[in-house]
Design a binder for this molecule. Structure first.
Ligand code: C5P
Length: 236
């Protein structure tokens, strides 16, 4: 049997996008918290709130709270503080909220001894060029991602969420410490669903990505653990 080496592949964040706790726990109970991170997004957090985060912490998981804050600086300051109080490992915010909002979020974390990583979403991986045009932005999607990556870097954020294909450029510009988180991970025969900026796990391994986010490839599979293992094997 192939011996799995986790040290030379991106770390895996599983997107727990389920409509109820029972479904989520069916998968969580099969995962090793020392190997996988969990991402709680708008759906599960709205349904289950901070109690669920506490329960997952008790099981030993590091949690990426993916609420993608985007609001006026004061509101984001207070929401970021409240999120950090939960003891989460990573938190997301929209880079397009602008400089003052990003800096407020950063400031909100100053008083925490162990602050979560603050990561800015550049462009959603569901976006393609025409979606940018629809919201009045004429530049290329790639330039948009680079501009927001620079803004987030300048505001002192820990990294960005971006399509895997942009990882190399961003790492070259801002260095290895600037974290890259990439969703839109699909195996060759998987459905893309609503994602448009897609890479395979194998491609992800060859880009300088720190964390890959995998959701429906695993969660919509009949045998999620088998699928997860196949994904990991494809990156060896
Ligand atoms: O199911 P799938 O693998 O497409 O899940 C991707 C996850 O990553 C979802 O939970 C989605 O909210 C999140 N995400 C994303 N694109 C971003 C930021 C987060 O798809 N730019």
């Amino acid at each position: 049997m192939l011996k799995i080496n986790y040290s030379n592949i991106p770390k895996i964040i599983i997107a727990l996008d389920f409509c109820n706790k029972k479904k989520a726990m069916k998968l969580v109970d099969l995962l090793n918290p020392s190997l996988f991170y969990l991402k709680i997004g708008k759906e599960m957090f709205t349904i289950l709130g901070k109690k669920f985060i506490n329960e997952l912490h008790q099981l030993g998981f590091n949690i990426f709270l993916d609420l993608k804050f985007h609001d006026i600086p004061n509101t984001v300051f207070n929401a970021t503080k409240a999120a950090a109080d939960l003891g989460i490992w990573m938190l997301s915010i929209h880079a397009s909220g602008g400089k003052k909002m990003l800096m407020s979020a950063k400031k909100a974390l100053e008083s925490f001894k162990e602050a979560p990583l603050l990561i800015a979403v550049t462009a959603l991986t569901s976006f393609k060029q025409e979606d940018l045009k629809d919201i009045g932005i004429q530049m290329s999607l790639q330039n948009y991602i680079l501009i927001l990556s620079k803004l987030s870097y300048d505001c002192g954020l820990d990294g960005v969420v971006c399509p895997g294909k942009e990882a190399k450029k961003i790492k070259l510009l801002y260095g290895d410490k600037y974290k890259i988180v990439s969703p839109g991970i699909r195996c060759i025969h998987d459905s893309a669903f609503d994602q448009n900026q897609i890479i395979t796990p194998k491609q992800a391994k060859n880009f300088p990505i720190d964390y890959i986010v995998i959701g429906r490839s695993i969660t919509s599979s009949k045998n999620p653990i088998k699928k997860l293992n196949l994904i990991i094997q494809s990156m060896q």
